[in-house]
Ligand binder design. Structure first.
Ligand code: PHE
Length: 364
């Protein structure tokens, strides 16, 4: 056996006996590394006579190729063996319950806003937004609440000390109704939008917080009447409370921006002393809860927004998102919504798996 054949046999035997990836690497470096035996042999080629090189050259190259191939095959076999061992021992039980301990939750306000957007999307409403820092004209004047109007005092407004460039007083919007103005002045009717968002009033007790959430609805089209409003609210409330026995009571009311104005109550039934939405509030064990303000958009508002009120009519409604959440999910202190107490959130929050609750959609 030639010297090279003996070296080859020895190296391959060593490789065969290697039982860890580290040992294989060690052998590779020893043979093919900078100081390796095969590398050293390759270096001798330069000093050989052409005849000698013709004989030994192919043998040395063959040696290098054989060892390189053998190492690659060995590595692949070892990786496969390691994977086989893991597959044999590690098990993933897909039926185990998920550990939710470290998981965050969806705040009830976010959950309810998502539910509302989903319900109204089914009825063809887009979501519109407006800024929380609003001007006096959009929050009040354009909505038919002139400067001296008593309704301004009703809103306990937070004003900013400075006016905007056009000399309008700036404030934190007291309701989402300025989004009606923003929508009518920026897009062509027909309009069908909802506008959820934060609103601010200087007020604080168990049922009032200085910041709370409202959702506004606005429809502007031709030939819209109170019947459309009633159907829309009924469909929405049935879908939201996930009950078919929702009974509405429309009461005449007053808002400067709607005419006529309608306050909407829903019937509840007392079950074990709990008010459960559903049934007629006129039943012996029932009552009425006010849930919405609404009405036909006042023609003065349509005019102020640059539209012709003889051509375009519509309805609007507004309600408290926090209040809707309280009614649906049985929470009783509004302040807890904004305390950021993790215990409260863990109790009342929603996990991603709870959402959506309304997969059936409106009319399903
Ligand atoms: N903006 C009114 C409020 O904050 C609610 C409302 C909106 C009433 C739209 C009628 C129409 O109380």
């Amino acid at each position: 056996m030639t010297e090279i054949a003996a070296l080859k046999a020895g190296l391959l035997a060593d490789l065969d006996g290697a039982d860890t990836p580290e040992r294989v690497e060690e052998l590779r470096v020893g043979a093919l590394g900078k100081q390796g035996v095969i590398t050293a042999l390759l270096k001798t080629l330069g000093a050989m006579t052409p005849e000698e090189r013709q004989v030994r050259g192919p043998a040395i190259h063959d040696l290098r190729q054989s060892l390189t191939d053998a190492i690659a095959a060995k590595k692949t076999a070892m990786e496969q063996a390691i994977m086989d061992a893991r597959l044999a021992t590690e098990k993933l039980d897909m039926t185990l319950p998920v550990d939710m301990a470290g998981q965050g939750s969806v705040h009830p306000v976010s959950q309810v806003m998502d539910e509302l957007a989903e319900i109204f999307a089914d009825m063809g409403f887009a979501v519109a937004t407006g800024p929380e820092v609003e001007d006096d004209w959009r929050n009040f004047t354009a909505l038919n609440i002139p400067e001296t109007h008593p309704a301004r005092a009703m809103h306990d407004t937070f004003y900013f000390p400075d006016q905007d460039a056009e000399g309008r007083a700036m404030l934190l919007r007291t309701h989402t109704s300025p989004v009606q103005v923003r929508t009518m002045t920026s897009q062509e009717p027909p309009i069908r939008i909802i506008a959820p968002g934060r609103v601010y009033r200087s007020d604080s007790d168990a049922t009032h917080t200085p910041m709370f959430h409202q959702i506004e609805g606005l429809v502007i089209d031709k030939g819209i009447h109170l019947g459309h409003l009633k159907w829309t609210l009924e469909t929405f409330l049935k879908a939201f409370f996930e009950r078919d026995d929702i009974v509405l009571r429309l009461r005449p009311s007053y808002f400067p921006f709607t005419e006529p104005s309608v306050e909407v109550d829903v019937g509840y039934t007392l079950i074990n002393g709990q008010r459960v939405i559903g049934g007629s509030g006129d039943d012996d064990n029932g009552g009425w809860l006010e849930v919405l303000g609404s009405g036909m958009v006042n023609r003065r508002v349509i005019e102020a927004c640059g539209l012709d009120p003889d051509e375009w009519q519509g309805f609007a409604f507004g309600t408290g998102v926090d209040r809707l959440a309280m009614l649906k999910y049985g929470m009783n202190d509004l302040r807890a919504f904004f305390d950021g107490d993790l215990r409260w959130l863990r109790h009342y929050g929603f996990t991603a798996l709870d959402i959506p609750t309304l997969s059936g959609g409106v009319g399903a």
